[in-house]
Unconditional design. Structure first.
Length: 427
């Protein structure tokens, strides 16, 4: 954080008088802490005061001063991979998030929205705690951190859930409203097209100053690793990000692939397991991926009573069996996992089923869980907008994601232009 100018020092004196009644803690009342609010509101003291008072109220309502003693439930910690290791050359700590591996939709379905937002706030408090008592090479207090977000594995599953989208946006709103000017650099790596859709929805909630700290890098490590090394020394980055630092955290490099997106089921000896999926339009595509932990399984796909994918014996080779079917009819298709040939052995199946909606000229990915009746009822939930809307998008011309972000925004009543009201709680 840049040291205050003479003008800002004058504003600080006035600002301290305005908020003298707030009983701020030692970690909230230093010049650097108060300056954050002034800068966040472009030196407008009235707006800075309003922002600070709202944040203090939020902290009291959610007991943020004691949040470091809170233990997040296992359903959150097992799904949210983060680490706090390393520093840049100015001693700013680094927070790394493997956000692409987080199944937001599943967290929301489990009713853990409040716990997820509380966990996120705890992360902010933890990283700022690391900033305290640190100084830069020039002897100034460290007040900001670097955020590296790895989006590998991020899928359309989140974008297909209104609850998951809103939960993700609430996470951003909490940060913007309560932790201004704490972010030194935000680097997004492995950003695919789906990531850019989410970014297009989220960027309108961020201040211009936050946006200036963003650096979005694609899916080729050979291109983004050198960029990271310009920001963080090699001995402060783990090998996954191009560095040489030995990882202290076991969650530094979680397994490739988002296992939370897969369902698991045990198919008893002599039994069958069925997944049904409804094609809304001719040309929809059904995509599947599955594996068994041991022993073989028979697999086929039916439309009504007609066989459209003949039964095939799938060996338990340790790899994923994948396939795609283009639907020639609307209606219900049945994926049949058959263990009736086995008289004594049960089979442990891990599976994933997707519905690809190929409406018009653009392709939108819709995730589908056959057992989820609400999803089944709304199996094809993306609407495609016409290419005439490309002039209002910001990524570029003739990109499917430009169109899709507006269709998702319309479907889930998210306003891509304006800011929503700040959420002040975890419930």
């Amino acid at each position: 954080m840049v040291e205050p100018t003479q003008e800002e020092l004058k504003l600080l004196k006035l600002f301290k008088k305005k908020v003298d009644d707030l009983e701020l803690t030692s970690g909230q009342s230093t010049n650097h802490d108060l300056l954050r609010w002034i800068r966040a509101r472009n030196n407008n003291l009235e707006k800075a005061e309003e922002m600070l008072r709202k944040s203090i109220a939020w902290r009291r309502e959610n007991d943020i001063d004691n949040i470091l003693t809170w233990t997040a439930p296992a359903d959150i910690t097992s799904r949210c991979h983060v680490k706090m290791e390393g520093s840049d050359e100015d001693n700013s700590p680094i927070l790394t998030s493997f956000l692409g591996r987080v199944d937001m939709k599943r967290i929301y379905q489990l009713g853990l929205r409040g716990e997820y937002l509380k966990f996120s706030s705890q992360l902010f408090e933890r990283i700022l705690e690391k900033c305290r008592n640190r100084t830069t090479r020039d002897g100034h207090p460290v007040t900001q951190f670097i955020l590296i977000v790895d989006m590998e594995g991020f899928s359309s599953s989140t974008l297909m859930s209104k609850g998951a989208i809103n939960m993700s946006l609430d996470y951003l709103k909490i940060f913007e409203a309560n932790y201004p000017e704490t972010l030194k650099k935000f680097v997004l790596v492995n950003a695919n097209n789906v990531t850019m859709m989410m970014y297009n929805l989220a960027k309108h909630l961020m201040s211009a100053e936050t946006m200036r700290k963003f650096q979005i890098l694609g899916t080729e490590p050979s291109k983004w690793k050198p960029v990271l090394l310009e920001i963080v020394p090699a001995d402060q980055l783990c090998p996954r990000f191009g560095g040489t630092k030995k990882c202290e955290s076991s969650c530094c490099c979680p397994d490739v692939g988002n296992k939370d997106l897969y369902q698991s089921v045990t198919i008893g000896a002599g039994k069958q397991f069925v997944q049904q999926i409804e094609a809304q339009e001719i040309g929809n595509k059904i995509k599947w991926a599955f594996s068994t932990s041991a022993y073989d399984i028979q697999f086929s796909v039916l439309y009504n009573d007609d066989i459209v994918v003949p039964q095939k014996k799938i060996e338990a080779s340790g790899g994923m069996e994948e396939g795609t079917l283009e639907c020639e009819h609307t209606g219900v298709y049945t994926l049949l996992f058959n263990n009736s040939h086995s008289r004594f052995r049960s089979k442990q199946l891990s599976y994933q089923v997707q519905l690809l909606n190929c409406a018009s000229d653009w392709v939108n990915l819709c995730w589908y869980e056959g057992r989820d009746q609400e999803t089944k009822k709304n199996g094809s939930i993306c609407q495609t907008l016409t290419p005439a809307l490309t002039d209002v998008t910001s990524i570029g011309h003739n990109h499917p994601e430009d169109i899709t972000v507006w269709s998702i925004a319309a479907k889930f009543e998210v306003n891509p232009w304006g800011r929503n009201e700040i959420s002040h709680g975890f419930t």
